[in-house]
Design a protein. Structure first.
Length: 297
């Protein structure tokens, strides 16, 4: 009965995006309803169709709470997206918490795991060993596709793992760690500790344009200028503190980035994140073209 009720709730969300069908969804938060509306609107603006959707549910915990049950579960959603004459599979995996009776879903929410804010400290590139950096974008994208929904045991995993995941992708592309052991210095993970820039979204957003050697990013003015292997940083509230980081793995037929990410594990997601419940009209983005020693800014 639990799985059946959760499956009905999941199908309701899919129907809204794929078929434009609205149902009575009293269990859904206003924020999630708005996120579905924005996703449907954006697909229409892109002249792109979600032609089919599917979902899988894995219950991880059930607690009896008197007249209802509290259920923790993992929801894996897939959409087959048609963009002009091409197709791709978009995926999203979210941990959710639902309250259920025997006959209905009372509430069904995505678990919230806010970013931990830590400040990035300035560093002097002249004091760091200069090594040639030649970025293998294909290897970085292959890593992002391999690990978007799993944990590489070579690295520590965090509850908020978005920037750690992007750092791993960049490392797989040939970026060399440097700055250990100063947490506010360089970019590194070593001996069960790490720099702020490796694992904190706000710190990576500050590090990439400041870095002058090795791993570095050139800030560009629009998403269209990005290529697979580049990085997008998100300030959802527009308050100057960046909260999220994603990794570009492909471009759609409109030359817009599709990204992979963790925390809410996502694959081939449209870069704007308008379908996120964290999205606000004040959102700000930073677009970083990763630069190596084979090209000039």
């Amino acid at each position: 009965m639990v799985n059946e009720l959760l499956r009905t709730a999941a199908e309701s969300r899919l129907d809204y995006v794929v078929n434009g069908k609205t149902r009575h969804l009293p269990f859904m938060s206003d924020a999630e309803k708005l996120s579905l509306e924005r996703k449907a609107e954006e697909l229409n603006e892109r002249k792109t169709l979600a032609i089919k959707g599917s979902s899988k549910i894995k219950v991880t915990d059930i607690k009896e709470r008197g007249d209802f049950r509290e259920v923790q579960y993992i929801l894996h959603e897939k959409w087959l997206i048609q963009n002009d004459d091409s197709f791709y599979l978009e995926e999203k995996i979210v941990r959710r918490l639902a309250s259920l009776t025997d006959t209905e879903v009372l509430e069904d929410l995505a678990e919230s795991r806010p970013e931990v804010h830590q400040d990035f400290e300035a560093f002097d590139d002249e004091d760091l060993e200069r090594k040639g950096f030649y970025y293998d974008r294909m290897a970085a994208v292959q890593y992002a596709e391999r690990w978007w929904n799993s944990h590489n045991s070579q690295y520590k995993n965090f509850d908020v793992n978005c920037t750690n995941f992007v750092s791993q992708c960049l490392r797989s592309g040939g970026a060399q760690m440097r700055g250990y052991p100063g947490k506010g210095t360089g970019w590194w993970m070593q001996n069960n500790t790490w720099s702020y820039s490796w694992a904190v979204a706000h710190s990576m957003n500050l590090f990439l344009p400041r870095s002058k050697t090795g791993l570095r990013g050139i800030k560009v003015g629009s998403a269209e200028e990005l290529r697979p292997g580049d990085v997008v940083c998100y300030d959802f509230e527009g308050d100057g503190r960046f909260d999220h980081t994603t990794f570009v793995v492909a471009k759609d037929k409109n030359n817009m980035p599709l990204v992979n990410a963790q925390t809410s594990n996502s694959r081939m997601r449209y870069w704007s994140y308008k379908d996120s419940t964290a999205y606000t009209p004040n959102i700000r983005y930073s677009f970083y073209r990763i630069q190596d020693d084979s090209e000039k800014s």
